[in-house]
Write a protein that binds this ligand. Sequence first.
Ligand code: PLP
Length: 412
Amino acid sequence: MINFLDLKAINDTFEPELSLAIKRVLDSGWYLLGNETKAFEQEYAAFIGAKHCIGVANGLDALRLILKAFIIKGDMNVGDEIIVPANTYIATILAITDNRLKPVLIEPDLTTYNINPFNIEEKITKRTKGIMIVHLYGQNAMHPEINRLVEKYKLKLIEDNAQAAGAIYNEELIYNNTIYQKSNSEKSKNKRNMLFNNSISNSIQCSKQKKTGSLGSAAGHSFYPGKNIGCLGDGGAVTSDDDELAQLIRVLANYGSNKKYQNEYQGLNSRLDELQAAILRVKLPLLNTYNQQRFIIAKFYCENIKNPEIILPQDNNSSLFTFNSSLSHVWHLFVIRHPDRDRLQRYLYENDIQTLIHYPVPPHKQKAFKEWNNLSYPVTEQIHSEVLSLPISPVMEKSEAIRVVEVLNNFK
Ligand SMILES: Cc1ncc(COP(=O)(O)O)c(C=O)c1O
């Protein structure tokens, strides 16, 4: 069976460093709010290109805490509206409703599956206070139109970067994909003999190139085990350049307390622990390399899957594979569409290929949001009925990718 994702195999590539990091924490006798978390926060902030990083318990909490902090600061009030894609994992929406803010669902672009920037303005009202974009499946969702709206209506831009650690937003590429300069990439440090070893020789550096997670007022990150950088358990982070907001989130994540037993706010207990931080510190230096391995598999799939009924991932300016290291998509998931998705999934399973669906039921059709069940978001619903995620990971063997392509091309 070709597994959808072999987490054990991925984590094995980090041995013995992972075991040593775990032992280091065990031996330290210090398990929360210590040096490992502090060091990881600095390293991840530098990686993302943000001034601050606050380690929290998971990605949902990261988003909840950002909105909670905006409410406490007075930038948002209960009942205010937050623009959000209708096509997302439910956590994005839960972060909004949990703060008693109102999600305003926006239909996605059928080529990227991300929020359609040109559907937003008509939904902006006097109560709109923020836009929460989601870099779904690992693909940058930012667009100059979103920046224009944020500035015009003085909105907070919040990024859900749970699926896109390491992705790049390149404004110039989106305006005009011919503006670029080449430079040498950092050498692959990966000790594993990487699969498609025709590796990456050039990277792109543009003046307007930034990592997702550094584009707005604040961003939420998830280190759920299956993410491009994952813990051995739950973990998350907030990144932000805003000193006041970051400090408030740090306090809110620790019971609303800045000083032991002095509680300024009604906070949460949501902290990244020392063990998970130490594990993430082992993994972070290889994140770009592992993302490039995902890229190579994605490119191989896109170049070789020839079944006319299968719709492959795309973007708006066909630059997904133009520039090797400039990853506007970090391929957390490789998602295809097919009109007869369920039959295709069964066929793949019968041929020993495991696939998953991200996601089978959109948020507005979930029982948790009964009040929206009768609403219609046709593009979102079409996506949910047609998408299928193929195996992709940094440890996937070339023979496995070839097999997936072969089986897909034979599907009638
Ligand atoms: C888009 C998106 N947002 C938020 C989350 C929440 O992250 P977590 O599972 O760490 O709470 C996830 C992941 O599961 C996600 O995929």
